[in-house]
Design a protein around this ligand. Structure first.
Ligand code: SAM
Length: 379
C-alpha cells in the first residue's frame, strides 16, 4: 500500500492543477479575518484591505478579507467529489478599530457563503481551547454592562457537497470497515464540543515571513480525517501552513494535496516528512494501547465483550470494529520536488510489541501534539 502527498506553493484562489470532483475531503484552517497577524497577508491579496484598515473602516476590511477566502471556498466546492465533506476550523475575532470594539463573526460569514454556493451544513463542532492567561477577561472588570465574555472557543464547520456518499463494491465496503473507529473513540470524537484537545505551539524559525505558525493541533486534524474519510482517499488543505494536514494524512493512510502561498514554509514542512515514519508508528501504537486500556477497565466493570478484532485479536464493543486495521509506515520516498510517497505495511505484526497486549502500559499522558511540535522545531 502506498499514498502520495503533493505540496503546491501557490495561491489557492485558483486551483487549476486540481481536476474538478477529484478530492474526497477538505480539512483546513484559513487565516482568520480581523486577527491582526493576518492583516498583511490579506492586504497583499487585495490592497483595498490595507486602505480600509488605515481609514478605520473595520466592517469594510472584514468584508474584503472574506472575499479573498470566498474565492478559495468556491474552488473547494469545485474540486470536491459528490457526497464528500469539508471541515473548516475558524475562530471569530474581537477587535477595536478606532473606538469601535466588536466581534467579527467569521464562522457565521463563512457558513453563509458555503451555503450560498451549494454546500449543505451539518452539525458543527465547538472546539473549546483552554486559555489560562490571567488577563483573559475583557472590558470593565467587575462593573456591569461593559464586560465581554472571553472568547475561548473556535468552530469546526462541517459541510457536505451533494447527498450521502455510497460505498457500493465489496472492496469499498471492506476498506470502510478497516477505516472504522473504536466505540470509545466514537463517543468522544462525534460529540459537538471538543474540550480534550489543547492548542499547539506556535513558534516558527527566526527569519520567517511571520513569527507565529497559527498551526492547528495534529490530534484535531487526525481525528477529522478519520471521521470523514476512508483509507486511500484524497485529502486537500488549501491553507497548508506548516503541513499538519499532510502529516495527519500520511499517518492515516490517506493521499493528500496541500496548497500554501508562502514558499518559506517549505523549510518547516520538509523536516516533518523526514520524521513522519517514527512519529506515526508511535502515534498509531498509542491509539491501539488506549483501546487496550479501555477494554481492560470495561471488562472489570461489566460483562465480557462479544466481539473480537480480527487483526489484533483484542475484544471490541461492536461488530463494526472487527476489521479496524492501522497500516504502520515503512518509508517515505521523495518522488520529485514537493511530491512524497509513503509506503505502508499491510501486516499487523509490524508493531513488534515486546509484551502481550494485556500487560502493555501506555506512557501516561504522553502528548503527541507536543512531540509533533518538536518535529516542527527541529530546524
Ligand atoms: C491559519 S494558517 C494554517 C495553519 C495550518 N493549519 C497549520 O497547521 O500549520 C493559514 C495559512 O494560509 C496561508 N494562505 C493565506 N492565503 C492563502 C492563499 N490565498 N492561498 C494559499 N495559502 C494561503 C498562509 O500563508 C498560512 O500559512
Amino acid at each position: 500500500m502506498k499514498t502520495t502527498h503533493n505540496i503546491l506553493f501557490q495561491d489557492a484562489r485558483n486551483l487549476r492543477e486540481i481536476p474538478s470532483e477529484s478530492v474526497d475531503l477538505v480539512v483546513t484552517s484559513p487565516p482568520y479575518p480581523m486577527i491582526e497577524m493576518w492583516d498583511e497577508m490579506f492586504s497583499h491579496q487585495n490592497p483595498e484591505i490595507q486602505k480600509a484598515l488605515v481609514r478605520g473602516d473595520g466592517k469594510q476590511a472584514y468584508a474584503l478579507m472574506h472575499e479573498v477566502l470566498d474565492a478559495v471556498w468556491s474552488e473547494v466546492f469545485r474540486v470536491l467529489k459528490e457526497g464528500r465533506f469539508a471541515c473548516i476550523n475558524i475562530g471569530d475575532a474581537t477587535r477595536k478599530v478606532q473606538d469601535d470594539f466588536c466581534l467579527y463573526p467569521n464562522h457565521a460569514r463563512i457558513l453563509n457563503y458555503l451555503l450560498s454556493i451549494g454546500f449543505s451544513a451539518l452539525p458543527d463542532i465547538l472546539w473549546r481551547k483552554q486559555a489560562n492567561t490571567p488577563n483573559k477577561f475583557m472590558g470593565s472588570g467587575m462593573l456591569p454592562a461593559g464586560a465581554y465574555v472571553t472568547l475561548e472557543h473556535e468552530y469546526i464547520l462541517i459541510v457536505r457537497k451533494g447527498s450521502k456518499r455510497e460505498f457500493r463494491t465489496e472492496d469499498e465496503k471492506q476498506n470502510r470497515r478497516e477505516s472504522a473507529l473504536f466505540w470509545e473513540e466514537r463517543n468522544i470524537w462525534y460529540s459537538d464540543v471538543w474540550t480534550d484537545i489543547k492548542g499547539t505551539g506556535q513558534k516558527l524559525p527566526k527569519a520567517m515571513s511571520r513569527l507565529r505558525s497559527a498551526a492547528f493541533p495534529f490530534d484535531l486534524v487526525y481525528r477529522l480525517i478519520n471521521m470523514y474519510s476512508v483509507k486511500g482517499d484524497v485529502i486537500l488543505d488549501p491553507f497548508l501552513g506548516t503541513g499538519t494536514t499532510t502529516a495527519a494524512a500520511m499517518t492515516s493512510g490517506r493521499n493528500s494535496i496541500g496548497v500554501e502561498i508562502d514558499e518559506n514554509l517549505q523549510q518547516v514542512i520538509c523536516p516533518i516528512v523526514h520524521h513522519i515514519v517514527d512519529f506515526s508508528n508511535a502515534y498509531l501504537q498509542d491509539r491501539l494501547l488506549r483501546h487496550f486500556e479501555f477494554i481492560e477497565s470495561r471488562i472489570q466493570t461489566s460483562k465480557p465483550l462479544k466481539y473480537t478484532n480480527k487483526h489484533y485479536a483484542c475484544p471490541v464493543v461492536t461488530s463494526q470494529e472487527q476489521f479496524i486495521f492501522f497500516n504502520s509506515l515503512k518509508e517515505v520516498r521523495t518522488r520529485e520536488n514537493n511530491i512524497f510517497e509513503v509506503v505502508y505495511s499491510t501486516k499487523p505484526q509490524a508493531w513488534n510489541f515486546d509484551q502481550s497486549p494485556e500487560t502493555l502500559v501506555r506512557k501516561k499522558e504522553k502528548s503527541y501534539t507536543k512531540s509533533f511540535q518538536l518535529i516542527r522545531c527541529q530546524l
